[in-house]
Design a protein around this ligand. Structure first.
Ligand SMILES: Cc1ncc(COP(=O)(O)O)c(C=O)c1O
Length: 400
């Protein structure tokens, strides 16, 4: 049977595709090191797990209200108050099955066919396809390595048209780790203030994973006029190593949140009840686990950048947050090895997986074919081994 047309407009998630290839090799007994993972390698904190167990014991295993239990909404409100210095109320919060689901609900709630959505590129793989599924059109603003992969006001200005309905900013970014500083956001805000019909989506899923004492700031924090049209998307997946629990949230304009809630009510209903209770424990509990994880990521980032700098032909912008690096490996394109020509990031990723059993995500999935994405959410031992493999595989490449 033929699937609906909308399916032909989207691609399978590249990160999941690379994980599947790595898994197939592992099943053949190969020792694959994966730099492809998009989730912390830490365990969910004990007190969070315990809360879920208690919820089951208490019988909190039934439907909850669609948009999340009040206890979790209040924990989210407290998080936004302490982390962002912003006050909202329950009607501004929707809890969904992960940040991804919160974004999807938001796009369906806000976008109409013909609308344009500005997406700085490189971008997280799912934005363009989610926008397309909502019937709207992604408009990409290429951001170069020389600006740390951050969009500048001139690029934003050029992308705006009468059809622009939304801008998505993801800071710190997946895949680059780039974080917009206050003055950079202010400069973009100056352009946006002349276009008050543009909704601002701030995907803050990595907001606690910031290094070097960088200040956390987003559009909503720059003034009431911007806060009114900013939609904050966040969740517990990355901050608390809870990717499997599927809890994320949307905070913003009450009317749009209500519309997104309506969509959720006719699709998934509430997110998993005990996962909601676990998220309450994560947000309200001891934050030592987050501090620890961030300091470990910071140490690893230092190591990873050193190893990349030691490979001739590779350049890499220094990420300010998240747990990815996005090195430029285009110097190796056109190389011939073992009868094949490396023709771009996908070819290089295949070569690395097949020859040294190292999984990386090709940059073309994020809109930048010159780069590959490496996650450092893995043990130091695996990182060392992985970089030995990367260095030797790249050394073997002969220029065309
Ligand atoms: C930029 C970005 N936004 C949102 C998400 C969604 O995370 P989740 O649905 O697990 O909350 C991810 C996950 O990889 C991400 O990288």
């Amino acid at each position: 049977m033929k699937p609906a047309q909308r399916v032909s407009q989207i691609q399978p998630s590249a990160t999941f595709a690379i994980s599947a290839k790595a898994k197939a090799l592992r099943q053949q007994g190969k020792h694959v090191i994966s730099f492809g993972v998009g989730e912390p390698d830490f365990r969910t904190p004990h007190h969070v797990n315990q809360m879920a167990v208690q919820a089951i014991r208490r019988g909190q295993t039934r439907y909850t209200v669609v948009g999340g239990i009040d206890e979790l909404k209040d924990a989210v409100l407290l998080e936004i108050e302490t982390g962002y210095g912003l006050e909202f109320s329950r009607e501004n919060v929707l809890v969904s099955c992960g940040g991804k689901h919160a974004l999807f609900n938001l796009f369906l709630a806000l976008l109409d066919p013909g609308d344009e959505v500005i997406i700085p590129s490189p971008y997280w793989v799912s934005y363009p396809d989610m926008v397309r599924l909502a019937g709207a059109t992604p408009v990409f603003v290429p951001c170069s390595e020389s600006t740390g992969f951050k969009m500048e006001p001139a690029g934003l200005q050029r992308a705006i048209s009468p059809k622009t309905r939304m801008l998505i900013i993801n800071s710190p970014s997946n895949p680059t780790g780039a974080h917009y500083r206050r003055h950079e956001l202010e400069a973009l805000a100056e352009v946006l203030r002349a276009h008050d019909g543009i909704a601002l989506v701030s995907d803050d899923i990595y907001y606690r994973i910031l290094f070097d004492g960088e200040e956390w700031v987003n559009f909503a924090m720059l003034g009431e006029d911007l806060r009114e049209r900013t939609f904050i998307v966040n969740g517990v997946s990355k901050t608390y190593a809870m990717t499997g629990w599927r809890i994320g949230y949307l905070v913003g304009d009450a009317e749009v949140v209500k519309a997104a809630n309506k969509i959720q009510g006719q699709s998934t209903s509430n997110p998993c009840s005990m996962a909601q209770w676990a998220a309450v424990a994560a947000l309200r509990g001891d934050q030592g686990c987050v501090t620890h994880m961030v300091s470990v990521f910071e140490e690893r980032r230092h190591y990873v950048l050193q190893r990349l700098n030691d490979i001739p032909g590779v350049t890499c912008a220094v990420p300010a947050g998240a747990f990815y690096v996005f090195p430029n490996v285009s110097a190796f394109y056109g190389s011939r090895v073992g009868g094949r020509t490396i023709d771009g990031s996908a070819g290089l990723a295949d070569y690395l997986l097949e020859t040294v059993h190292l999984a990386v995500v090709p940059g073309n999935a994020f809109g930048e074919d010159r780069c590959i994405r490496l996650s450092y959410a893995l043990s130091m031992q695996d990182l060392e081994e992985g970089f030995d493999r990367l260095a030797s595989a790249l050394k073997a490449l002969q220029p065309a």
